[in-house]
Design a protein around this ligand. Structure first.
Ligand code: UGA
Length: 441
């Protein structure tokens, strides 16, 4: 606890990809933090300093803060509530079949808060929730804890990216807080003061909406550049140069203009669908975002077509697939393009040799090893052995700096289909490979 602060303990409810980096980050900033999760096996793992998922730099910082006592974890959610002054709700908000978010975990944790209220609490939504969720949280607390309950509800959306969550926590480009009381505002400003970041203070509805708008805009940028990449292919232009040419305009910006196999992950696809759903509920026309999703869905087809263009007949061809996680530096495969690519290529009768630096164990749960149809390999080079082509599905750094002569020695046909435009075409062509990128010749 920082000396003279208005609150003592920060509780983090839910220790997943958002909650755990947040808990460790606040502890590292000097706050007293207690983390909890309804999954007791996960809590036991974290309690001994192990991170239940792969996130660079997180585990050493977790161990340090556990050892120093600034972070404690418990499987007793009620205990965490009773001990805390500020409560961050970081539980999952998975998607229902109609695209709307399933808020049952949020409701359940709010009821636990209500049952354990032992004084004023500041309840902060960090999970991505639809606009107006805070109103339901307030109503739920009052229903279960009575009209005398002392609390505020605030919104503080998360902008951390998987794979760089630790860096993002300590270097946020902005912090958004949506508040309804002076006390909530004061506490949150105090909590984030050590980060010295720009802070947008707004009302709660607006803050909730900012999160969905941000992720939807990122998805829109990606689908935009993917659409342009199709035209580039048709007319012989280079989408990477187009991205550079437009991205230097500060009104457009260079990031999220990497054309490829499309966006995946637990956030962009789900949040876009949730945002469309909210708009429909309020009868607002979000057809623009429906197109963003349609363009993204079509990327897999286009990629498989490209593989066919490179190889003609796919049946009985052996293909190396490099990269399975939805993006580099994570083992997360939720909505990863690789899963759809694997299914499609198995349907085509190909033999697949898969490699990923971190995500293979997760993919094995969905596609168990079945030689010779489906093999998991120890390295990119091993996956390339006797393959008729290499397909790059995730742009891990290690794929960019390989010794291409060695790859050529083991491969059956020197063909690369680069679904992420992560290789330099000139380098691999000089090494004797046929190279097919996305939207570039
Ligand atoms: C995203 C947002 O970037 C975070 O700000 C947000 O906090 C997070 O969702 C969340 O809501 O929790 P994340 O899902 O970790 O973060 O991944 P991104 O870096 O956004 O990448 C998403 C997908 O887009 C990946 O499959 C990536 O390969 C793809 N992508 C990204 C492209 O295809 N092209 C690009 O130019 C950039």
């Amino acid at each position: 606890m920082a000396k003279g602060s208005s609150f003592k303990t920060v509780g983090i409810l839910g220790l997943g990809h958002v909650g755990l980096p947040t808990a460790v980050g606040f502890a590292e900033l000097g706050w007293q933090v207690i983390g909890t999760d309804s999954d007791s096996a996960k809590v036991s793992l974290i309690a001994v300093g192990r991170c239940p998922f792969y996130e660079p730099d997180l585990e050493p910082l977790l161990r340090k803060n556990l050892a120093e006592g600034s972070l404690e974890v418990t499987a007793d959610v009620g205990e965490a509530v009773r001990k805390s002054d500020i409560l961050f709700v970081c539980v999952g908000t998975p998607q229902k079949p109609d695209g709307s978010p399933d808020l049952s975990q949020v409701e359940s944790v709010i009821r636990t808060i209500a049952e354990n209220l032992n004084g004023y609490k500041l309840i902060v939504e960090k999970s991505t929730v639809p606009v107006q969720t805070a109103q339901w949280i307030k109503r739920t607390i009052l229903r279960y804890a009575g009209n005398d309950a002392k609390f505020d509800v605030a919104s503080n959306p998360e902008f951390l990216r998987e794979g760089t969550a630790v860096h993002d926590f300590f270097h946020p480009d902005r912090i958004v807080i949506g508040v309804e009381s002076e006390r909530a505002k004061k506490w949150l400003l105090e909590l984030y003061k050590p980060l010295n970041a720009p802070i947008v203070v707004t009302d709660v509805n607006t803050s909730e909406l900012i999160k969905h708008a941000a992720n939807s805009f990122l998805a829109l940028k990606i689908s935009f550049i993917n659409m342009i990449s199709d035209l580039c292919e048709a007319v012989g232009a280079d989408v990477t140069e187009v991205a550079k040419g437009i991205g230097l305009d500060p009104r457009i910006g260079p990031q999220f203009l990497q054309a490829g196999i499309g966006y995946g992950g637990y956030c962009l696809p789900k949040d876009l669908r949730a945002f469309i759903h909210i708009a429909e509920e309020h009868r607002v026309d979000f057809s623009l975002l429906k197109e963003v999703e349609r363009i993204n869905d079509a990327r897999i087809d286009k990629f498989v077509r490209k593989v066919k263009q490179a190889l003609w007949v796919l049946k009985d061809k052996t293909l190396a697939i490099w990269g399975l996680s939805f993006k580099p530096n994570t083992d997360d495969i939720r909505e990863a393009p690789s899963l759809k690519v694997i299914s499609r290529l198995l349907e085509e009768g190909t033999n697949l040799r898969l490699y990923d630096p971190a995500a293979m164990e997760n993919v094995k749960q969905i596609f168990p090893e079945k030689p010779p149809k489906l093999l998991y390999c120890k390295s990119a080079l091993e996956a390339a052995k006797n393959a008729h082509a290499i397909l790059i599905v995730t742009d891990w750094e290690e794929f960019k700096n390989l010794d291409w002569n060695k790859v050529k020695e083991v491969i059956a046909l020197p063909i690369i289909v680069d679904g992420r435009n992560c290789l330099d075409p000139k380098t691999v062509r000089e090494a004797g490979f046929e190279y097919y990128g996305i939207g570039r010749v």
